[in-house]
Design a protein around this ligand. Structure first.
Ligand SMILES: C[S@@+](CC[C@H](N)C(=O)[O-])C[C@H]1O[C@@H](n2cnc3c(N)ncnc32)[C@H](O)[C@@H]1O
Length: 214
């Protein structure tokens, strides 16, 4: 399962990056407007959630081509760690960091989230477009929360609506995909100790903000 997801994202890296605005891509021209809206909203909300950012550290889990990490580094984060198990994604992220001269504050590494050591903590954690591919969401959430000092943000794809059906079909040949209702998310996050959380519907996703109780 994990290999199938890693293989898919290794092949998909350039097309995925194109969603963010490579004008020459055919994929970019065809991509669904609703998907773009959702991606824009979760991007804006993630950056807003990581405030204040000065002198803070961030973990960007499944960072893909690094757009969130780079934006947070540019906004003044002390250090941003982006991890992704698809080397092609990390290569794209590193190229961007080079051209933006953000290598000092941004570090991109090929790594599996579940192999990450639990001893390093981050002020903020971002898991955007990541939970879609997690077979054990509770274990994933608990690990993210356990290494976060202040706040973790997650996106979850909604299981309802035309886009959900279209996506289920599209992913049949790609890799396993997991979609959620609000009720399922409440049931999940209610199991996480020592946090408060909010669930906000945004286009095709839910945006979940988890604050760690000090
Ligand atoms: C849809 S992309 C989202 C990229 C980025 N967060 C964004 O929203 O622009 C999901 C990424 O998660 C990565 N991923 C999935 N499972 C992972 C795991 N167990 N460890 C590390 N990366 C993983 C994939 O390789 C892929 O690049």
């Amino acid at each position: 399962m994990k290999d199938q997801t890693a293989d898919f994202f290794q092949r998909y890296a350039h097309d995925f990056d194109a969603i963010y605005g490579n004008k020459h891509s055919v994929f970019n021209a065809l991509i669904n407007k609703y998907l773009r809206t959702s991606m824009r909203l979760r991007y804006e909300r993630s950056l807003a959630a990581c405030q204040p950012i000065a002198d803070k550290t961030v973990l960007d889990v499944g960072c893909g081509p690094g757009h969130y990490s780079l934006a947070l580094a540019r906004m003044g984060a002390l250090h941003v760690t982006g991890i992704d198990f698809a080397p092609a994604m990390i290569q794209l992220a590193n190229l961007k960091a080079d051209s933006m001269q953000l290598n000092d504050s941004c570090e991109f590494t090929v790594a599996d989230f579940f192999a990450l050591d639990d001893t390093t903590h981050y002020d903020y954690s971002i898991l955007m477009g990541f939970m879609d591919y997690m077979s054990d969401p509770l274990q994933t959430i608990l690990k993210a929360v356990s290494i976060t000092r202040h706040r973790a943000v997650f996106s979850f794809p909604s299981s309802t609506g035309i886009l959900a059906w279209q996506r289920r079909l599209r992913y049949k040949k790609r890799c396993p995909l997991y979609l959620y209702s609000r009720k399922e998310l409440i049931a999940l996050f209610d199991q996480v100790p020592n946090v408060t959380y909010t669930i906000e519907p945004i286009a095709r996703d839910f945006f979940v903000t988890v604050d760690i109780l000090q």
